[in-house]
Design a protein around this ligand. Structure first.
Ligand SMILES: NC(=O)c1ccc[n+]([C@@H]2O[C@H](COP(=O)([O-])OP(=O)(O)OC[C@H]3O[C@@H](n4cnc5c(N)ncnc54)[C@H](OP(=O)(O)O)[C@@H]3O)[C@@H](O)[C@H]2O)c1
Length: 254
């Protein structure tokens, strides 16, 4: 049964592999047998991820990339195809968030969040999707958020972009089927750099632990099962789906 979730001989492009959820995803994908192309802006941190993978006997390469730079995305996709001949799996994980009430939020800040969290996954999916469609194989996994399902104050750009990615995922599934699947994972609150302020806020932390069915913050490793399901042949008949992995946060009313 382990073969069902295997990524042996698969080439995976993972954005935001430098830290947080992306770093754990990179290690998980490599342990499942994939060659992981670790993309992001901070090359040193990407090299650390790649090194951690090779220390464990896996294969990884660093792909310096700002996902909001469309020309750079095109160039890197062509480089990867020339070098590796294919991208079997795309994981759109890179993301940013800014906290400000709508009345104080600059358009530029809203735009940067939408550019990074929604438009970049669109551009990457389009550029790589063309190759996947030609090869008649592909898995696209978009990292959404529980804030793609519910909203919260002071993160309107993020909520808008993450709700958008659920729609993008459905559109990709419709247009890229039957051989290329597209799905999203919607994580709840998982301790990483993106939410340090919330981790340090006792009121928020207590509220979260009380109203999450699992009574705790998530850990990066909580996403491993969902990721492998949607990235492997195990997920062949799942497409257009957003899999919420939030310990029950969005299920509990109070
Ligand atoms: N942690 C959570 O609780 C949680 C919950 C729901 C959803 N998510 C989503 O999960 C994803 C990862 O979040 P995280 O918690 O791991 O955040 P994080 O620790 O802040 O990491 C964000 C990653 O995105 C990369 N990134 C940001 N802007 C980029 C750009 N323009 N080009 C390339 N890479 C870029 C960063 O790398 P560089 O800065 O080096 O480029 C970094 O690797 C995000 O999409 C986030 O919205 C997180």
């Amino acid at each position: 049964m382990a073969d069902l979730f295997s990524l042996k001989n698969r080439v995976v492009l993972l954005t935001g592999a430098s830290r947080g959820l992306g770093r754990d995803m990179a290690l998980t994908l490599a342990r499942a047998g994939a060659t992981v192309l670790c993309a992001g802006r901070t090359v040193k941190a990407l090299e650390a991820t790649a090194k951690a993978i090779s220390r464990k006997g896996g294969r990884a390469h660093v792909v310096p990339l700002d996902v909001t730079d469309e020309a750079a995305v095109r160039e890197q996709v062509e480089n990867i195809i020339a070098r590796h001949r294919r991208i079997d799996v795309l994981v759109n994980n890179a993301g940013v968030l800014s906290r400000e009430p709508i009345v104080d939020l600059a358009t530029e800040s809203f735009r940067l969040t939408v550019e990074t969290d929604l438009i970049a996954p669109f551009v990457l999916s389009r550029e790589i999707g063309r190759h996947m469609l030609k090869r008649k194989y592909g898995r696209i996994v978009n990292i959404a958020s529980v804030l793609a399902v519910v909203a919260r104050a002071r993160v309107s750009g993020y909520v808008s972009a993450k709700h958008g990615i659920v729609g993008l995922t459905k559109s990709l599934a419709v247009e890229f089927g039957p051989d290329v699947t597209a799905n999203a994972i919607a994580p709840g609150y998982i301790r990483t750099e993106i939410n340090v302020a919330l981790q340090q806020n006792k009121g928020f932390s207590d509220m979260l632990e009380q109203r999450t069915a699992s009574h705790r913050w998530g850990r990066p490793e909580d996403l491993r099962g969902a990721l492998l399901l949607l990235a492997s042949d195990a997920g062949a008949y799942i497409t257009g789906h957003t899999l919420v992995v939030d310990g029950g946060l969005s299920t509990v009313l109070a």
